[in-house]
Every structure is written in structure tokens, then in C-alpha cells.
Design a protein around this ligand. Structure first.
Ligand code: SAH
Length: 239
């Protein structure tokens, strides 16, 4: 035991990056990630912090990239898409003020990591991804981890998911040129929509609240950089 404590203490963070998976202490890396990247930058919601400590972020990455799971940046997930930086996931989730009872629409399933965080904190998640391969991989990971409160759809989420609308919360994890009218329409009275809006290089995380009588109030949260929301009410696909 004593020997283990001593040898763990002398393993540097850099050497852990190249360690094979079973030898790594991902839980420890996660706890450190939450303290140094998320709580230290001002995210306070205790439910968000606890969820970020619980969900095994490495499981949403390709095997060869799992060592990067808890680093302070986005990570590639294939097909030109990325899993967002841990802080950005936490910040966007906190902006949604989830209490546990909400139905949430997520646009941009990607790896499914943000979906898992939402599934920990809300009642039911409806998630849309335009790339089938990513949707299927995310679904497999989330089912393996035991999540049962998620519905998946492959398609253009810039137009929302009319079938189950309205939603108390909507989260878009890709950058839009402007606010997609369909998403605003599918937001329930009293609801909150968080969406990065801006040009291709940088966006502002925009928070849209719908009052009980249906008025729209917008506020600006933080600067961010997301891949493009491609679709009817987003950017045009590149040929
Ligand atoms: N939340 C994701 C981040 C994925 S990056 C995660 O935790 O991993 C954004 C994703 O949005 C990409 O997978 C991209 O394919 C998807 N996307 C872009 N435009 C979309 C659209 N119109 N509808 C649905 N998904 C879209």
C-alpha cells in the first residue's frame, strides 16, 4: 500500500498521457478536471459539477484518443467534428438551470458526452445528429453506460424535432449564423434555449428565454468556438 502511494506520487501528468487505459485513474483525472477547469472558472451549480465528476468522458472518445479526455480543450471525434472542451460543456449546461424534471432537446449529439450530462440532470432528452455514423456510435456508448431516458434522431436539427415539441430546454452544440426560428417556436413558455450564434470562427453563447406569455428575451453569455450547425436554418453544407 505504502509502496503504491509513493509510486503514484512520482508519476507525472505527462507520463500518464501515454499510459495504457486500465492503468490510468480516470476518476482522479475527472475530479481534477472539475476542480481546475470548471469550478475554478466560476461554474457553481453543484448538480452540474457532480455530473461532470460522474460521467466517464473517456468512453465517448475513440480508443486512441482516450488519454486526451480530460484535457482543457475540444477533442476530435471523427467526421470533422469535435467533443467540446469540458468547461464549455459545464458552462452551457449550467445556463440551462436544470432541476431534474425537464424535457430537453439537444441539437448535435456528436459523441454523446453532452447528452449524458443532460441525461443525468433532466427527465428526458431528445437528441438530433445529422451524421448517422456519429449518432449510432453515441447511442451505443450511452446504452452501454445504462442511460434509458434518451431518444435519438438522425436528421437536420436546425429545424428542431417537431414531433415531441415543445421542450422546456433546448441546447444547440454547433454554431449557427442566426437564431433558428423553428427552435424558438419549439421552446415551451418559461423555457430556456442556449445556442452559439456568430460567424464560422467564433460565436457568442446566446441564451434565449421565453416568458410565460410567450415573449422572447435574449442575453449573451460567453465567447465560444463550435463546428457549424449545417442545415435549413443553419449554414449551407460545403460541397
Ligand atoms: N455535443 C457534442 C458536440 C458535437 S460537435 C459532444 O458532446 O460530443 C457538433 C455536432 O453537431 C456535430 O456532430 C455535427 O455533426 C452536429 N450538427 C451540425 N449541424 C447539425 C444539424 N443541423 N442537426 C444536427 N446535428 C448537427
Amino acid at each position: 500500500m505504502r509502496h503504491c502511494e509513493v509510486s503514484c506520487a512520482i508519476i507525472s501528468w505527462d507520463s500518464m498521457r501515454s499510459m495504457p487505459e486500465p492503468e490510468r485513474d480516470f476518476q482522479r483525472e475527472r475530479t481534477r478536471m472539475v476542480a481546475t477547469q470548471i469550478a475554478a472558472r466560476g461554474v457553481k451549480d453543484p448538480r452540474v459539477l457532480a455530473a461532470m465528476k460522474r460521467v466517464p468522458r473517456e468512453r465517448f472518445l475513440l480508443l486512441e484518443d482516450r488519454g486526451l479526455a480530460h484535457e482543457d480543450h475540444a477533442v476530435a471525434i471523427g467526421r470533422g467534428q469535435t467533443l467540446s472542451q469540458p468547461y464549455m460543456v459545464a458552462k452551457m449546461t449550467e445556463e440551462l438551470c436544470l432541476t431534474g424534471s425537464e424535457r430537453v432537446l439537444e441539437i448535435g449529439t456528436g459523441s454523446g458526452y453532452q447528452t449524458a450530462i443532460l441525461a443525468e440532470l433532466a427527465a428526458e432528452i431528445f437528441t438530433v445528429e445529422r451524421i448517422e455514423e456519429l449518432s449510432l456510435r453515441a447511442r451505443h456508448t450511452l446504452e452501454e453506460l445504462g442511460y434509458r431516458n434518451i431518444r435519438f434522431r438522425v436528421g437536420d436539427g436546425s429545424q428542431g424535432w417537431g414531433e415531441f415539441a415543445p421542450y422546456e430546454r433546448i441546447l444547440v452544440t454547433a454554431g449557427a449564423p442566426e437564431l433558428p426560428p423553428s427552435l424558438v417556436a419549439q421552446l415551451a413558455p418559461g423555457g430556456i434555449l442556449a445556442i452559439p450564434v456568430g460567424d464560422e470562427r467564433s460565436q457568442i453563447l446566446t441564451i434565449v428565454s421565453k416568458t410565460a406569455d410567450g415573449r422572447i428575451v435574449q442575453s449573451r453569455s460567453t465567447l465560444c468556438t463550435f463546428v457549424k450547425l449545417i442545415g435549413q436554418e443553419g449554414w449551407t453544407a460545403e460541397k
